[in-house]
Design a binder for this molecule. Sequence first.
Ligand SMILES: *[C@@H]1O[C@H](CO)[C@@H](O)[C@H](O)[C@H]1NC(C)=O
Ligand SMILES: *[C@@H]1O[C@H](CO)[C@@H](O)[C@H](O)[C@H]1NC(C)=O
Length: 726
Amino acid sequence: MGEVTENNSDMSILQRIATSDVPFLKDYGLNGVVGAVLLAIVIPFLLTSVFSRKTKKRAVQADVGGEPGLAMRNSRFSSLVQVPWEGATTMAALFEMASKKYSRRKCLGTRKLINREFVESADGKKFEKLHLGEYEWDTYAEAFNRACNFASGLIKMGHNLDSHAAIFSDTRAEWIIAAQGCFRQNLTAVTIYASLGEDALVHSLNETQVSTLICDSKQLKKLPAISSKLKSLRHVIYIEDEPVEAETLNQMKHWTTLSFTEVEELGKTSHIDARLPSSSDTAVIMYTSGSTGLPKGVMITHGNMVATTAAVMTIVPNLGMDDVYLAYLPLAHVFELAAETVMLASGTAIGYGTALTMTDTSNKIKKGTKGDVSVLKPTLMISVPAILDRIRDAVFKKVGEKGGVTKKLFDFAYNRNLAAIEGSWFGSWAPERMIWDNLIFKPIRAMLGGRVRFVLCGGAPLSSDTQRFMNICLGVPVGQGYGLTETCAGAAFSEWDDTSVGRVGPPLPCCYVKLVSWEEGGYTISDSPMPRGEVVVGGYSITKGYYNNEAKTNEVYKVDERGMRWFYTGDIGQFHPDGCIEIIDRKKDIVKLQHGEYVSLGKVESALSTSNYVDNIMVYADPFHNYCVALVVPAHQALEKWAQNSGINYKDFEELCQNDQAIKEVQQSLSKAGKAARLEKFEIPAKILLLPEPWTPESGLVTAALKLKREQIKTKFKDDLNKLYH
Ligand SMILES: *[C@@H]1O[C@H](CO)[C@@H](O)[C@H](O)[C@H]1NC(C)=O
Ligand SMILES: *[C@@H]1O[C@H](CO)[C@@H](O)[C@H](O)[C@H]1NC(C)=O
């Protein structure tokens, strides 16, 4: 068992210290005095590392109701936390109290636009380049005032208090102001992913009978084309982040249209009293890009939001007013909304940015001007694994290109720090780490502004390589969150002092996590060495269910005899001895092949993704055959480099993807990756197809968190998949 072997290795370190034989001091030829001084520094350090490595119980078993299973709760609290502080029972109350507490602190920051220009590339395509200036800030008091004005303006404009308002915009300060404005009038805000397609948009607005739509200028342009389908819509409020053409507005004469500023002005001159919500009222109906069919609207209550907020606040070490947070992920994703609420609750400054303007070399940043991180210098960031993977790949590529001494030094420093983090006693000497940090890793840290001290990561599992890369090159802990829209982001979160990889931590203090045996899948809570089963989450962060869809709600939500809500995630997890959860599989992604073998698609995909050639991969198993196949989006550079080296001629990447030798090369690499991960023969794709076009959220083939949308991919490549089985 893990616990026992760990204790053994700790023992051997203790024994080595206890015996006077301390080889590294002798090797360094140091005399007794220096040795003693060094020992005085080193021993406490080793001891702390010894003790902190002792398996600390991060979660303890809990006695709960509902279906039989093994339930755990966070060990730091004796009961579930429900609110960040007394009185903060709703989003509206939380923001109002925060705005009094931190009134003159920076709250929401937006970069000033200095200049916008278009450059033309060789093939005639136009690219927008922005020259952005400093951040301009609203203080907490100002932001709160704006929300109050917006709330009044919304009513004055004619919004019917019995109907919903929707927010359809990229992440920006106005998003939070609009949402808080709605909350102050007990209005439910419907939120929609900005990258969802037209059908999904029409469906969401229609299903919730939205009468006021708040959007940015990019989304505004989409409205005229679908206006006849938006039957319930009466009012449109547009954020003027870009100049809005009179022509666009002309096509919307049948609605009342006002700019965001006009609504705020309207509210300023005619105050309307707040109509505050209660904790059980629905704050947000969040339409998530589900992996199948039309999006479902998850009803999130004020109580859900503040519970998650309270819990996450206890996870980020020393969170507070000196922190600066870079906000750029979609706010229509519960993960970002929860993170920004945590920031608001703790008096942190939230600076807005975008993925395309983040660094000095980002696509949309005008050459020679600064990216968001260089100007903001954030201390806290949030990310999804795919973004961190890209940062890692970019750094390794750069180091590889430099080669020579740089690469040798980098590799050496990297391995030393890796050993330190993974707890080998030689490597854990703090001063050495400091030297490498300054010499090698500082410039890498500067890429993200140089001050990042904690990264929250969620949305999908983070690979252990990338997690280690972040620890070493950025010198920061990565807190991995696990949760879904249905659990209001909150379910589990790894703690900052936990340097293990691949796990998602203990349950958040606002909920229980329970494993329920799934016999058909072969996962039970009596499994050894660890109990396994479907992850079921219960507690204050569990949402009300799907809007207008009782059947689906009853299928995946259950209320136990004590009145506690539980959500059945469909994920398979296991509990480590310290109570941390590891997600190991997904219930619905299991396919039974013709001969009765089970293929866990997610598991196979993550194993095959370690091949250099894979940018994205979807494994497909037809239950009527005895082998599986795969659609692979190859990594351009890796495949082109191989083609060059093997002297293959090709016109463009598309042609290369059809080249038999290329297919064979990728397949061999997949096979190798599969064998390394000890996959069964039937799990390794027997045939593959290379697809030249990357899968992006815009193409509708992956979610905004870059998870595969199996159904969509299957539909799009139906014919190709059929061919692979012939
Ligand atoms: C809007 O919803 C109604 C039911 O509430 C349905 O009958 C109608 O087909 C929907 N329209 C669109 C365009 O989705
Ligand atoms: C808020 O609005 C909902 C829906 O209209 C209503 O049921 C609830 O009672 C309201 N809450 C309060 C505190 O008035």
